[in-house]
Design a protein around this ligand. Sequence first.
Ligand code: NDP
Length: 328
Amino acid sequence: MKRFYYDKDAQVGFLKRKTVGVIGYGNQGRAQALNLRDSGLEVIIGVRADDTKRQAKSDGFDVFSIREAAEKAQVVLLLIPDEVMPEVFQKQVLPGLSKGKAVCFASGYNVAFKLIKPPKGVDVVMAAPRMIGAGVRQRYMEKKGFPSFIGVHQDATGNALKTVLAIAKGIGSTKSGAMLLSFEQEAELDLFTEQAFGPAFGQVLLSAIQTLIDAGYPVEAVMVELILSGEFAYSMQKIVEMGFFPQMELHSHTSQYGSMTRSVRYMNPQIAQGMRDVLEEIRSGAFAREWEAEQEAGLPVFQQIKEMRNQHPIAEWERKTRRAFRIY
Ligand code: NDP
């Protein structure tokens, strides 16, 4: 099987005579449903809350309960939060999943960590955008693509790949490229970004802010210098567009010399070791088990961390800086 798939490799028409049921109408649900319909597919929505039903109806969709939508659709897209998915799947989706249907996930998590065990006889596929829902819709409207990871976990009909490619093209991803990965690879990469790269970067930022504030620099100057001016975000965007090293040419020679000569001081083998440990916890399933136990216990640690987060002075520093520089 190939690794990368583009528009020319996928046929939305493969799903022409089928009904696509989008379960959930939030970040991804709304964006994917609108894109699939604009790509010519018949899309129905399955949701629980009345407000969400009203919104989907006002967007022109036929809206059902989750159970009814899973019964009516031949291709079921599960676009609800990962942590509620196993129960909703078991009670409301599974009864409608008769032989020959397809179920599509936007994240490999629940299948990879065996929190959902789909029945035999159905295709189990994944179309996981590397893009937030608002971007999925916006880039579709702009006729631009966005990368996604696609996967086939179970090919009961022999057509699972064609189905997921039709979805990937229908939501607008194959304009950029859809890459074939296993559900496990997708879930592990996603969790690693959340648990290694994200927090390590966050700690670096907080250390830099604290160092400067402790050294007596005004809070507003520190916050605008490091993050709130948007200069850093702009440089990140330039990394995407130009590349990590080429974008350095956009910075002054003083900046380039200083950052290149000092970067070795932050080469800390403990960081890489911490990241390898995190990856091992993810791959062994230890994290998924821990998170499941935390939810069953009523989220005590989660609540504690949120409270600690609320006590950190950074929110006040940000408020002051936004007011001073009129950054809204
Ligand atoms: P959202 O949090 O936006 O999902 C909201 C929807 O889920 C609403 O329609 C809500 O229904 C419904 N929902 C929430 N709880 C329940 C429940 N207990 N029972 C029934 N329905 C419920 O999800 P996302 O769009 O963020 O994520 C969906 C999937 O996409 C996940 O697998 C996620 O990993 C994946 N993904 C998300 C990305 C993102 O940008 N957020 C990026 C790539 C993949 P109601 O309104 O009725 O309460």
